[in-house]
Design a protein around this ligand. Structure first.
Ligand SMILES: Cc1ncc(COP(=O)(O)O)c(C=O)c1O
Length: 400
């Protein structure tokens, strides 16, 4: 039905550049070689740039910490952060308003006593309720910054202040914000931040990155963590750009290039681009007649990297025809997760999307909705999107 090339708009993995892909295609080296150490050092330097300078001004936001790369996706990073910081008699306050907040809570339940602050998925946290939950007995607070399952950006700065008031550690999942949106380690009192390679860093899946602040280091006890995720050990080895165990050499090479590309673009420019493209998605879909899914309210706002929209009533609960029509156009988007399956669809603008790819995403969704019998106004959606981009002519779109 289409000869347009494949466009991946899922909230991870996201497309990787040719240079990142090519970095994986090189002769193998030992993970104990000087070659590998040089690769890890490049990855660490690039990651430290991303973790420490994710501001609109490009100013530094962290004074001291170490970026580690783990052979495992962000779930491993989340588990490593929790397991190294708390023991079974300690209390973790876990904030849950989506699938990944729930994952953090479930991880914490394996290592400590957990007090959950639950909000309906897609709902906003009541900061008074969060303030009541965090007390002097709280050892650690877990929170997801950008809740990928609902397209919501949670109020990490406010919760960081609450954690700090009670001298609790604060571990933040920045999996779909770090590398695409503002993230301020020191100002937000974050002790350990976690991200994934295949999200806003735009590297292939398989690795995660954690930033361990010097503050957190004092509280780390690797003996109580899983052997493979002992952060003391990872930190010691990282000092000489080594990893404790055999590393996924091609993935490290790709990650090194990906973070260098981010540094070349500059975090301030990259954040501005992500914010612009997310607004284009939101405004384009709204002009088409769709409603945003999350009930963004108060301190919780809509994401700048993942857009979630409610499926229109006519296809809600039975959206297969719509998703098939999207796939026939050689575009990949995501549905809702867990109980949100059949309720919403989600698209990502993480990584290096060109504006014309965002427009193609909007056109594809509009046309696929019409194919599925929904009265969606594709042209109105594209018009609003072009207006947001400041493009008056439809020339930015690729040939169909
Ligand atoms: C916010 C968030 N946290 C954690 C994860 C877990 O990542 P993984 O499945 O790569 O371990 C994801 C994956 O989508 C995510 O979006």
């Amino acid at each position: 039905m289409t000869d347009e090339e494949f466009l991946l708009l899922n909230p991870g993995p996201v497309p990787v550049t040719a240079e990142v892909r090519e970095a994986m295609d090189a002769p193998m080296v030992s993970h104990r070689s000087a070659d590998f150490e040089a690769v890890y050092e490049r990855a660490q330097d690039g990651l430290e740039y991303v973790f420490e300078r994710s501001t609109l001004s490009g100013d530094a936001t962290a004074a001291g910490g170490t970026a580690l790369v783990l052979n495992g996706t962000a779930t491993m990073g989340m588990e490593a952060a929790v397991a190294n910081l708390v023991g079974e008699s300690e209390e973790v306050v876990a904030l849950v308003n989506g699938k990944f907040g729930r994952r953090f809570a479930r991880i914490a339940e394996r290592y400590a006593r957990v007090r959950r602050v639950d909000v309906d998925w897609g709902g906003a946290f009541d900061l008074d309720a969060v303030a009541d939950a965090i007390t002097d007995d709280t050892a650690l607070v877990t929170m997801v910054h950008n809740e990928t399952s609902t397209g919501l950006l949670n109020p990490v700065p406010a919760v960081g202040d609450l954690a700090d008031d009670h001298d609790a550690r604060f571990v933040v999942d920045g999996v779909t914000s770090i590398g695409g949106d503002v993230f301020c380690i020191d100002d937000w009192n974050v002790d350990i931040a976690i991200t994934d390679a295949q999200k806003a860093l735009a590297a292939p899946p398989g690795l995660s990155a954690v930033y361990v602040t010097d503050r957190a280091r004092e509280h780390i006890d690797g003996d109580r963590a899983p052997f493979y995720a002992d952060l003391d050990w990872h930190l010691r080895k990282a000092g000489s750009h080594q990893t404790p165990f055999t590393s996924a050499v091609p993935l490290f090479r790709a990650l090194a290039v990906a973070v260098e590309q981010i540094e070349s673009e500059g975090m301030a420019e990259r954040i501005a681009r992500h914010r612009r493209q997310a607004a284009v998605f939101r405004e384009g879909f709204a002009a088409m007649g769709l409603e945003g899914f999350p009930d963004a309210a108060g301190a919780t706002v809509r994401s700048n990297t993942v857009t979630a929209m409610a499926l229109p009533e006519g296809i809600r609960g039975d959206p297969d025809e719509f998703f098939d029509a999207v796939a026939r156009r050689n575009v990949s988007i995501s549905g809702g997760q867990a109980h949100l399956g059949g309720e919403i669809f989600r698209v990502s603008n993480m990584g290096h999307l060109a504006d014309e790819q965002v427009l193609r995403g909007i056109r594809t969704v509009g046309e696929a909705l019409v194919d599925a019998g929904v009265d969606a106004d594709t042209e109105a959606g594209l018009g609003a999107a072009r207006e947001r981009l400041g493009v008056t002519e439809p020339v930015a779109e690729p040939d169909r």
